[in-house]
Design a protein around this ligand. Sequence first.
Ligand code: GLA
Length: 414
Amino acid sequence: MKKLIYSLFALSLSLGAMAQGDNYVQDYTKFQGLALTPPMGWNSWNKFACNVDENMVRQMADAMVSTGMKDAGYTYINIDDCWHGDRDAKGFIHPDAKRFPSGMKALADYVHSKGLKLGIYSDAGSQTCGGRPGSRGYEFQDALTYAEWGIDYLKYDWCNTEGLKAEGAYKTITAALKKAGHPIVLSICEWGTDKPWDWGQNVGHLWRTTGDIYNCFDCIKDHGTWKAWGVMQILDKQEGLRQFAGPGHWNDPDMLEVGNGALTPGEDRAHFTMWAMIAAPLIAGNDLRSMSKETVEVLTNKEVIAINQDKLGVQGFKLNGADGLETWVKPLANGDWAIAFLNRSDKAQKINFDWAKQNIKDDIAKLETSFSTTTYTIKNVWDKKDKGAATTKKAFVGEVASHDVIVLRLTKKK
Ligand code: GLA
């Protein structure tokens, strides 16, 4: 009798599940085939914080096209925190009607008409970091809303998440996005607290590895309960993470401060270069409408971008460093290598890199140079005059200014 009751109970459970369709079988994996190279775009936060509105976003899309950034590979126009209005009686989120009077769908249509993609921001907790409505408890509704609007990228933050576990919370939003059915890049933003590199590969396409970037080359900003990190501090915090990155799943050392005024031209170059070397997402954080010529030149340097966007998708690493002069390398497709000399010190430093005495080995990617048997041509990628005539037959001799960088691309000689 007991057995019969149990089997009737089991039968009614499974009939119940069937009656609900497949609602209870969630797919907790991200959309595949997206962000096969590190995402490139723009985000509002570093420059504008909460001051976002639809006119500015449209102008940013226009500027991404007119400045040549789109042609250089930038695709995403990402609205960060504070676009939100309230939830309606049914729980659906709406944008702030004063700042976004035409609505998000119209804005997405506009951005798409420029051949670009639109990104948005939410938070796994009850409220965003800026105090706007978070997605906690509304994940499936929010995902449906974003799909209806045609949103292509979601940055999902981690403020006000008391009692939540990061892995579960991010899997929930991924399942919701999957169910909504519109392919979308998921940017996990929990600052590396719960080691997203351990569980994030199938959940999101990129994950922040640190707290927020601070617009300074080499300093720390103490906010009391949290700290923001300068460019060099963030770079150092990437150590030990490179094996977790690859096509479709990237370490995210936060958005760029290039062109935001605090860095010297050399520091802007060094910041951009190092983000390229570590296969970081290249998300500009400046005002694209009023960039100096120098800023445009940094952000659109095609050869540096090619190092970042290389299809092997291997994160570069520090080969050695002494007295503030560091040598970083990144293996590239077709046996090419990028090599960057980063001068963190406050004086110019001489470089004399004798290839014959070096063999560069990447134990994780299992790739190696072969300077003894193969000659590579050398292109100094920030030097406009360099035509790439030098080869690894002769040592590379140069001088790198303080807080600046020299980057070489080595290509196997045919
Ligand atoms: C957090 C994130 C930032 C930004 C702000 C918005 O601090 O790490 O990148 O999105 O929230 O409030």
